[in-house]
Design a binder for this molecule. Structure first.
Ligand SMILES: *Cc1c(COP(=O)(O)O)cnc(C)c1O
Length: 364
C-alpha cells in the first residue's frame, strides 16, 4: 500500500464522550462528506456506540448509505435540492430539512406517494444568509400548520460561533427564539430544537437546546485554532493520520531545481525523498516549505511544488531514510492537520475532507 489513512475510532469515541460530559443535549454526530474523510459507516457506528443518538448528513445519498448499512438511528439529511428522490428518503425514515415553501411542497408530495407522513426539521436563516427560510417566513407560517408533514425539529446554523463573544451570535440567537415563538403561535410545536455546531457546543451552552450537531470536534479538531485554541486546548484528540511509503531516495547536489516550474533549488548538497502522494490524494499544492513529512525520526520539509501523485521532501545530507520507509504525512508525529491547513491557507475541515477516496482507510 503506497499510502493510507489511519483512523483512530477510539479517539472519536473519546471525543464524543468528552463532548457529552459538557451538555445535557442529545448529540447528533455529523457524518457528511464520508465522515469528514474518516469513513461514513465505521464512524457512524462508533459515534452511536459512544453515546450519540442522532446522525446528520448533507446529502440524501449519504443518508441512504447509512440505512443500507442497517443503521437505524434517527437521521437528518439537510441538503436535498429539487429532483432528489424524496420518496426513497421518506420510505427509509430519513428526516428532511425544510428551507423553503417549495421544498415543503415537494416533501408533502413525496409523502403522499410514499403513503407516509414525512418527518421534517424547519430550517430558519437567522443571519448566516445561506440555507433556511428568510423573506418567505410569513408565507411559510400560513402554510405550515395545514401541511401534511410531521414537524420534528426546528433549527438554524451559526455563521460565527467559532468566534466566541461575537455579537452576531447573540443576534442570531434572538432571531431564532423569535421565529420559534412565531411558529408555536400558529400551533406548530417542534419536539427538537437544535442550533449548535461544534463551536457553539463547546462555547455557548445557552444554545444547546435538545440536540447539538457535532462535526469537527468529534474528529478531534478545533473549529477555529485562532479564536478557540488547538485540539489539545479543547481536550480533543485528532483521529486521522495519513502515511505514505517513501518511493525513492537520492543524493542531489547543491543548486538542483526541484519539481515543476523549478520554483525551488537545493540550498546545499542533500538527500531528497520522493513521497508517493500528491494533490490528487488531497495533499494541498501550495505548501512548499511550509509543511512536509516526519520520517527517520525527524521532520523533512517539502521542497518544490506538489505534483499530482508525488511530492519531494528534503531529508538533509546525513539522513538514513531509504525507499520503502513509512513517512507520516499528516497528523500523528508529523505535521499536524492544523499545520497543513495553515500552510495551505485553509482550515482543518478542508484538509481532512479532501483526502481522496483512492487512499485506503485503516481503522484501529
Ligand atoms: C457541517 C454542519 C455541522 C457541523 O459543523 P462543525 O463545525 O463541523 O461542528 C452542523 N450543522 C450543519 C447544518 C452542518 O452543515
Amino acid at each position: 500500500m503506497r499510502a493510507f489513512v489511519e483512523v483512530d475510532l477510539k479517539a472519536i469515541a473519546k471525543n464524543i464522550k468528552w463532548i457529552k460530559r459538557g451538555t445535557k443535549a442529545e448529540i447528533l454526530a455529523v457524518v457528511k462528506a464520508d465522515a469528514y474523510g474518516h469513513g461514513l459507516i465505521p464512524v457512524a457506528k462508533t459515534a452511536l456506540k459512544a453515546g450519540a443518538t442522532w446522525l446528520g448528513v448533507a446529502l440524501l445519498e449519504e443518508a441512504l448509505l447509512l440505512r443500507k448499512a442497517k443503521i437505524k438511528a434517527p437521521l437528518i439529511a439537510w441538503l436535498t435540492p429539487p429532483g432528489e428522490d424524496l420518496v426513497a428518503a421518506i420510505k427509509n425514515d430519513i428526516q428532511l430539512a425544510v428551507p423553503s415553501v417549495a421544498h415543503l411542497k415537494l416533501i408533502e408530495a413525496a409523502g403522499k406517494k410514499a403513503k407516509r407522513t414525512p418527518k421534517v426539521h424547519i430550517e430558519v436563516d437567522t443571519g448566516m444568509t445561506r440555507g433556511g427560510l428568510l423573506s418567505e417566513w410569513p408565507e411559510f407560517l400560513k402554510v405550515i400548520s395545514k401541511s401534511k408533514v410531521d414537524v420534528i425539529g426546528f433549527w438554524s446554523h451559526f455563521a460565527r460561533a467559532d468566534e466566541p463573544g461575537q455579537s452576531s451570535n447573540t443576534a442570531q440567537e434572538k432571531l431564532f427564539n423569535k421565529r420559534l415563538l412565531e411558529l408555536m403561535n400558529v400551533g406548530v410545536i417542534p419536539q427538537y430544537i437544535h442550533f449548535a455546531n461544534s463551536a457553539a457546543t463547546l462555547t455557548i451552552p445557552a444554545v444547546h437546546n435538545q440536540i447539538v450537531r457535532v462535526g469537527i470536534a468529534m474528529y478531534g479538531l478545533s473549529p477555529d485554532v485562532v479564536h478557540m485554541g488547538s485540539s489539545k486546548d479543547l481536550g480533543l484528540t485528532p483521529a486521522m493520520t495519513v502515511k505514505a511509503v517513501v518511493h525513492l531516495v537520492k543524493d542531489v547536489p547543491k543548486g538542483s531545481p526541484v519539481g515543476y516550474g523549478a520554483t525551488e533549488k537545493t540550498k546545499s548538497d542533500t538527500k531528497l525523498a520522493i513521497i508517493s502522494m500528491g494533490y490528487s490524494d488531497g495533499i494541498p499544492r501550495p505548501t512548499s516549505n511550509a509543511a512536509g513529512v516526519f520520517v527517520g525520526g525527524k521532520r523533512a520539509p517539502i521542497i518544490g511544488r506538489v505534483s499530482m501523485d508525488q511530492f519531494v521532501v528534503d531529508l538533509g545530507k546525513n539522513s538514513r531514510v531509504k525507499a520503502g520507509d513509512i513517512a507520516t504525512v499528516i497528523g500523528g508525529k508529523g505535521y499536524s492537520i492544523d499545520e497543513w491547513a495553515s500552510a495551505a491557507g485553509t482550515i482543518n475541515y478542508e484538509i481532512v475532507t479532501r483526502i481522496a477516496s483512492r487512499v485506503p482507510r485503516i481503522y484501529s
